[in-house]
Design a protein around this ligand. Structure first.
Ligand code: BV8
Ligand code: ZN
Length: 243
């Protein structure tokens, strides 16, 4: 099936669908210039993300982990949403029921106008205290000092879900519920490796929803999808919108 035929098919499914769920990963932000996790630009000082984005790494060396986030915050602060983010925000406006679920922490869906993305892995602009219940938005770039401290004296951490940590309960419950009732599930720019996010499209498949993947590459999900489109999300997503 050529991409053109597939796009016409997906537009038809979008018009028919009563409830749409969308899961995005780092790939949707790649065209905004934000390196993906497992792509070539995904490393930082030769550290793989899995080695830094853990509570153990933070306990061992909070300054090093904060230097990584400070670098990523500085990168994200200069980037803008791309046509893929804007197309999903427009899809939310055009279609009566779209639930946007994202693994990304860069906040670009919010900037593109998406109403209330379900942020499975948190938000790079949120910090929280490791001791008390202080939690706040912090957009300081660069951060000083590193590591930042709470007024209670304890070290602050990024309000982000690290490997080995549970996802925010309410967000995950809402994402699960959206996957269960969707009759069309779009999976955009994710390697479909990280759990439990990667289980959401599987759940939709089990419920016989139509599942469409948009990715530059083949993923473990590709062969299970009704359509797996090879291409850039910034080019494809705008083509799915109604006139
Ligand atoms: C948990 C925050 C339990 C950090 C992130 C063994 C088997 C199965 C599971 C596990 C296992 N060992 C450990 C686990 C669990 C683990 C996991 O899944 N590990 C994986 C690596 C195997 N999961 C966890 O630890 C989760 N927690 O399980 O807790 C628990 C339960 C109860 C109580 C206590 C504990 C927590 C996972 C969350 C980790 N945090 N992010 C930060 O961002 O700083 S995950 C991180 O990976 C990012 O959020 C990222 O979004 C996410 C997924 O990556 P992708 O978004 O898919 O990005 P990637 O680079 O991989 O892929 C990009 C894709 O885009 C590619 O396919 C590429 O082709 C495509 N692309 C590129 N450009 C474009 C494009 N597509 C379209 N257009 C383009 N232009
Ligand atoms: Zn505190």
């Amino acid at each position: 099936m050529t991409n053109q035929v597939a796009i016409v098919q997906i537009r038809g499914w979008l018009q028919e669908a009563r409830r749409v769920a969308v899961l995005t990963g780092a790939g949707i932000s790649a065209e905004s210039g934000i390196p993906t996790f497992r792509g070539t630009g995904g490393l930082w000082r030769n550290f793989p993300a899995e080695q830094l984005a853990t509570p153990e790494a933070f306990a061992r060396d909070p300054a090093l982990v904060w230097e990584w986030y400070d670098w990523r915050r500085a990168v994200v602060a200069e980037k803008s949403p791309n046509p893929g983010h804007f197309a999903l925000a427009e899809m939310e406006r055009q279609h009566p029921s779209v639930t946007l679920i994202t693994q990304n922490v860069d906040g670009l869906h919010d900037l593109a106008g998406s109403a209330s993305p379900l942020k499975l892995h948190g938000d790079i602009w949120q910090v929280r205290c490791t001791q008390c219940d202080y939690r706040a938005t912090n957009r300081e770039v660069p951060l000083t000092p590193i590591p930042p401290r709470c007024s209670c004296g304890a070290v602050l951490r990024p309000d982000i879900v690290w490997f080995g940590e549970a996802l925010p309960e309410g967000v995950l419950r809402n994402a699960w519920a959206a996957a269960q009732i969707a009759d069309l599930f779009l999976v955009v720019g994710t390697s479909a490796l990280v759990q439990p996010a990667a289980s959401l499209p599987r759940l939709a498949l089990e419920r016989h929803a139509r599942v469409v993947e948009i990715n530059l590459e083949h993923t473990p999900l590709s062969r299970h999808c009704d359509i797996s489109l090879r291409g850039a999300s910034g080019e494809i997503l705008p083509l799915l919108l109604g006139d």
